[in-house]
Design a protein around this ligand. Structure first.
Ligand code: URP
Ligand code: ZN
Ligand code: ZN
Length: 461
């Protein structure tokens, strides 16, 4: 053995038990009560007494060094994956944005060339689809065979897809074993409201929310779900932030359709009140934070099992870039930081009793692996899985500050947030990459995780 983690409390999505984990060649070799380290003199033995032993988290939604909003998001692949490691996240699904006319496999290879030399933890991709004209739609199948089996369509932004293309993509995805994620908001209504607010001189960050209120997202969720239902195709609503959409997801799942939803820590912690703050522009992301009723509906959805994953939508920008929109909210690059905060925040909520630790593991580790086709390699503590392991001290008090994060951005929306418990060590394929506040891994060590085709036919994974 190379590594034996002893005396910890092992937490999986299903169970909590005292036990030891043995690791060999980057894989979990055995899990059991009192594995004997004597026969493994060469192994590093770690005493995890008093700690929880968890699978590394999977962040299913990040935008690292992505050209967007007139600039490039502030975390490079190196900085973003370094920060991920320090927050207990050992696999990052980043978004490739297809160029117009580009084959989807070429798009992935283009991003991988940038990511591979920098990655500090393992990574996979979803591809944001812009153009499937001519025979480009066939490259969806090529992409699935290449190991990227999930795509995102945007109903907003200047590269958003038409309803017709969205429908075609859903149909093709079902045929080739892919999952479609959707950014659901109504672009026409947003554009109309923005024009009206600007004409009235209403340009503060609050009007970012006011131009994208609850129903703008909810009715787009409803439409997207109707199209997926009509094809019985799986659909994944990313960054769900509103109560009406939550209701539609629940309804479709109760009817037996393979509809899945992701929400993000920022929607679970902040409300639209943040847009009234002096630094409100720093919280501008799309969809925006919503009212308390929506936040409560998301927490209820988590408890009911109708939210399948938590991910961050990590897309930070520097303060000077956010400041472009000081006097005009439409000039604020959309996106916020979160890659290092997701697992600690969800575990802290578990530690405070809002959900169980098993639920936090299900949402942040096991479900994304099952949903995106990388289980049981990722997201689980089982023999044969990659030894992506987090040691978590439930007694450690932690206050988030930009000064104790490991990204390249210069501010965080999580500044000053107090967490109960915190990760103290992260192992990526058996190798220590984070210990007691410090990144101890190496850039370039992260590997591309190729995902299998996914053929979800019911809401159960
Ligand atoms: O504001 C956000 N969410 N920026 C990143 C792009 C997206 O829509 O996911
Ligand atoms: Zn989006
Ligand atoms: Zn996003």
């Amino acid at each position: 053995m190379d590594l034996i983690i002893k005396n910890g409390t092992i937490v999986t999505a299903e169970a909590t038990f005292k036990g030891d984990i043995a690791v060999k060649d980057g894989k979990i070799k055995a899990i059991g009560a009192k594995l004997d380290p004597k026969g493994h003199k060469e192994a590093t033995v770690v005493d995890a007494k008093g700690l929880l032993v968890l699978p590394g988290a999977i962040d299913g939604h990040t935008h690292l060094e992505m050209p967007f909003g007139g600039t490039i998001s502030a975390d490079s692949y190196e900085a973003g994956t370094r920060a991920a490691a320090c927050g207990g996240t050992t696999t990052v699904f980043d978004f490739v944005l297809q160029d117009f006319g580009e084959n989807l496999v070429d798009a992935v290879k283009r991003r991988d060339a940038l990511c591979a030399p920098q990655a500090c933890v393992d990574y996979a991709f979803h591809t944001g689809v812009k153009d499937l004209s001519g025979d480009l739609i066939e490259s969806m199948e090529q992409s699935v065979k290449f190991g990227v089996s999930s795509f995102k369509v945007f109903m907003v932004y200047d590269f958003g897809v038409t309803d017709g293309l969205f429908y075609q993509v859903l149909r093709k995805a079902k045929e080739v074993g892919a999952l479609i994620g959707v950014h659901a908001e109504n672009k026409e209504i947003i554009d109309t409201l923005i024009a009206e607010f600007k004409a009235e001189g209403k340009t503060s960050a609050w009007y970012h929310y006011a131009s994208r209120p609850e129903f703008v997202e909810g009715e787009a969720d409803f439409r997207a779900i109707q199209w997926a239902k009509s094809l019985n195709a799986p659909l994944y609503i990313v960054h769900l932030a509103n109560a009406q959409g939550m209701e539609e997801v629940t309804k479709a799942r109760d009817e037996g359709y393979p509809i899945f939803a992701e929400t993000c820590p920022q929607y679970l912690y902040f409300t639209n009140e943040v847009y009234k703050r002096e630094d409100g522009r720093n919280f501008v992301c799309s969809p925006p934070m919503k009212g308390k009723a929506s936040q409560d509906a998301l927490w209820e959805g988590i408890k009911r099992g109708d939210i399948t994953t938590i991910a961050t939508d990590h897309c930070p920008f520097q303060s000077y870039e956010k400041d472009w929109g000081k006097d005009d909210f439409t000039k604020i690059p959309n996106g916020c930081a979160g890659i290092e905060n997701m697992f600690p925040y969800m575990l802290s909520e578990a530690n405070k009793g809002r959900i169980t630790f098993n639920k936090a593991v299900e949402l942040c580790c096991t479900n994304p692996a099952k949903l995106f086709g990388c289980a049981p390699q990722k997201g689980m503590l089982v023999p044969g899985a990659d030894a992506d392991i987090v040691l978590y001290d439930p007694k450690k008090e932690f206050t988030v500050s930009v000064n104790n994060m490991h990204s390249d951005y210069d501010h965080t929306i999580w500044e000053g947030v107090k967490l109960k418990g915190y990760p103290v060590a992260t192992y990526s394929r058996g190798k220590l990459v984070y210990k007691d506040g410090e990144f101890v891994g190496k850039k370039g060590d992260g590997k591309f995780v190729k995902c299998k085709p996914v053929r979800h036919k019911t809401p159960n994974l």
